[in-house]
Design a protein around this ligand. Structure first.
Ligand SMILES: NC(=O)c1ccc[n+]([C@@H]2O[C@H](COP(=O)([O-])OP(=O)(O)OC[C@H]3O[C@@H](n4cnc5c(N)ncnc54)[C@H](OP(=O)(O)O)[C@@H]3O)[C@@H](O)[C@H]2O)c1
Length: 316
């Protein structure tokens, strides 16, 4: 069997990891964005996001698309940074799971950081030598909106710290994780949770899933953590809930748009902890993606069904 040609929009480090995991492939680096040309006979395309949240997407494919491609591998889990036409040709797979542990740890760090009041308790002069009242996370309740790769990684880690875990998901698929209670709606989830982590894709259904009506049901003092997509939150409604005290803290690693424009209220709000889409950035993420890609490559070569295939109608 000849070498498979892979056109990749990722950098040399990732491509080297890919070559190591995937074995008999030739990888050609191509520039980011919709490809106006790809090497002839490239059967696989590793696609980086074509835009950031809120940016414009190329409305039509470039002439010649999809060239000789038979498979497109996204480097993202969400599909909202790519145009719809990308999903109407060769099979498309996502990077589902490659950053799940990184995001789960990030969400836990937000929860623990709030309970232990990091960084406020760190002092830099003798006059500040006075203890601060902290709280326990053990005995509190974590609600997960979405129970996919991120939810599955987060639930046992939270349980190990003594948290009770509730989850809501879109489908009727059972939640097989031991001890995780399925709830029927996001409203019920926010009513019963001390911390809510958003871990669902940006779709038509999840747009502003955290809105005024949902936040009106929130357990007083809720900590909302978003590691998924900014579009899940109605920002005006969240700002109101922060100001009236119903929500005590919002840890936002993602926003809509990205980056937020200068002067956006989130930058200066005392109850908002804003980070610039950072939770995903660990060396493991790309390495995991290379390993998962290599597993799919075996399936591809054998003509078997690929894992993590995007369903455009579902939106993830
Ligand atoms: N910050 C980052 O850099 C970063 C990195 C990775 C992922 N993400 C975002 O996080 C999202 C989730 O990642 P994942 O790896 O956990 O994805 P996943 O494995 O595809 O899981 C998605 C979960 O969301 C649930 N869901 C979909 N629509 C829903 C709805 N309307 N209400 C409630 N739950 C809904 C799904 O339900 P079913 O199980 O019933 O299908 C599934 O449990 C991604 O789509 C992406 O947008 C962000």
């Amino acid at each position: 069997m000849g070498k498979l040609l892979v056109a990749s929009q990722l950098n040399e480090t990732f491509n080297a990891a890919l070559a190591q995991h995937a074995g008999d492939v030739e990888i050609v680096t191509v520039p980011p964005g919709p490809p106006s040309v790809l090497p002839r006979a490239a059967e696989v395309f590793v696609a980086a996001p074509f835009r950031k949240a809120g940016g414009a997407l190329p409305p039509a494919p470039p002439p010649g698309w999809p060239f000789d491609l038979r498979w497109v591998q996204l480097v993202s889990v969400g599909i909202d940074f790519y145009p719809e036409w990308l999903f109407q040709g060769p099979v498309v797979t996502s990077a589902r799971g490659s950053s799940a542990v990184a995001l789960a740890e990030f969400a836990l760090a937000a929860i623990l950081g709030a309970a232990k009041r990091f960084p406020d308790i760190w002092i830099d002069r003798a006059e500040r030598w006075a203890p601060t009242q902290l709280s326990l996370v053990s005995g509190t309740t974590l609600g997960l909106v979405g129970f996919g790769a991120i939810g599955e990684a987060l639930a046992p880690r939270a349980q190990a710290l003594g948290l009770t875990v509730l989850a809501v998901r879109r489908s009727d698929a059972p939640i097989r994780a031991p001890g995780v209670e399925r709830v029927s709606s996001v409203a019920e989830l926010v009513e019963r949770s001390d911390h809510v982590v958003l871990a669902a894709p940006a779709t038509r259904e999840t747009f502003h899933i955290i809105d005024r009506a949902t936040l009106a049901r929130a357990k007083p003092g809720l900590h909302l953590i978003n590691v998924a997509r900014g579009a899940l939150i109605d920002d005006d409604a969240l700002l109101e809930a922060l100001d009236d005290g119903r929500v005590s803290l919002a840890s936002l690693d993602v926003t809509y748009p990205e980056p937020l424009p200068p002067g956006h209220p989130y930058y200066a709000h005392p109850k908002v902890r804003l980070s610039p889409h950072t939770s995903v950035h660990t060396p493991d993420t790309r390495n995991n993606l290379a390993a998962r890609f290599a597993e799919n490559l075996d399936r591809f070569r054998q003509g078997a069904a690929l894992a993590d295939v995007i369903d455009l109608a579902r939106g993830y």
